[in-house]
Ligand binder design. Sequence first.
Ligand code: NAD
Length: 474
Amino acid sequence: MNYPEIELYIGGHWRRASGGPIINPADESVLGTVPHATKADLDDALDAAAKGFALWRNTAPNARAQIILRAAALIRERADDMARAMTLEQGKPLDQARLEILRGCDIIEWDATEGMRLYGRVIPAGPGLQHTVHRQPIGPVAAFSPWNFPMSSPARKVAGALSSGCSIILKASEETPAGALQLVRAFHDAGLPAGVLNLVFGNPAEISSYLVPSPAIRLITFTGSVPIGKHLASMAGQHMKPAIMELGGHGPVIVCGDVDPVTTAALSVTAKSRNAGQVCVAPTRFFVQESSFETFAQAFAEGASRLRVGNGLDPSTQLGPLANPRRIEAMERLVSDAAARGARVLAGGQRIGNRGYFYPLTVLADVPDSALAMNEEPFGPLALVNPVRDLDEAIAKANALPFGLAAYAFTNSADNAQRLSNDVETGNLSINHFVASTAETPFGGVKDSGYGREGGTEGLSCYTVARNVSHKFN
Ligand code: NAD
């Protein structure tokens, strides 16, 4: 079956513990057990992270980068085995799992090399006086990663912390632990000193309420839902800890009348079906100029209906199962509510079978603003397609929700692109394509979608503090 045994990793050593089952979403079989850390394990992790930080912050940036790059090379060598384990635990098709790993490696490699360029600056002062700004690693980090990207989400956090000279305790998802375990194993095998990276699982609320207030921890980073993000951010605030909050979205897509609606619909099917829509940057609310609306909606529905749904291990599968039964429940609730309010179901709309969490790509048209799906992040294979009169209406609707993570627009007009770049309330806007983030660009939200950035120079700077040294010479 190729599913690894899941262990905790504390102070450079692997630890077994009892815990809960890990479920394969394609057939609901048990893949293994995820160990639950005790308070004693967490105390050991905090102690290890403090010692690891003392060592790592004083390791030359070039030496740090070499170890991190060695880990990325090991991950690339192991990508096939890693991908298989991630498809088993999370459901996404094997080629998507492999791409996630390779993308994670791109991030690790970019951060590792950029970590050698965390330069400070010298500020001119009077004679006999010098001000020097140092960018110093902030300290041990507590990181919480979600189940939808088992490898690349932990990779972003680990790469950001380690490349900046911080140590980290990673609390990865209990539902999809193999992605994080295999990532950590590569760093262990690459020769990372003990304590710099620690991996725990357990009860998320118990772990966060133990780690966040600990004086050893200097930065919190969380990827997940808005309510949990707000809870952790307030806990971080109480203890005066800075935080990176990468929370939910409700991706608007503005399709102007000057682009080909059929080509844009085909791109939309691919983007919406990625990871079965369980992506914080998933395109969800499509606002299509009236002249193209029916053609776009029909082409989208036809493309959605043609997708091959099945077990992600089958190479012909394009849409795997949802990751857990909570997502099936959410799809059923959102679709029945929208249909009851008058939305047209153009494709999908019914769970497939009753073993494994399969749900088709569902396209709803003419969805009223009052529908739950227009307001709540679906986090699943649900696309909402509505007509708009003009760009003003499209931008107003895009900005109507409290989210602002990723937005998309399709237009050949430079004027439209300029308006969109200025007026859409979002952390990331992609025009004429659906890639929301890359290793070298800052990624993150505005409004309820969070704060802080992952990726790019902005992402690394979140793991540092500026210290000014003012030196008077005799
Ligand atoms: P949830 O709100 O229960 O959990 C979200 C994540 O937070 C999970 O990874 C969970 O382990 C973790 N978590 C929960 N309570 C925690 C606590 N007290 N301390 C630390 N971590 C905690 O929801 P869910 O059912 O797992 O996912 C549903 C929603 O979460 C989705 O609809 C989506 O909006 C959001 N989500 C977002 C992302 C993202 O990439 N931004 C990823 C996963 C889930």
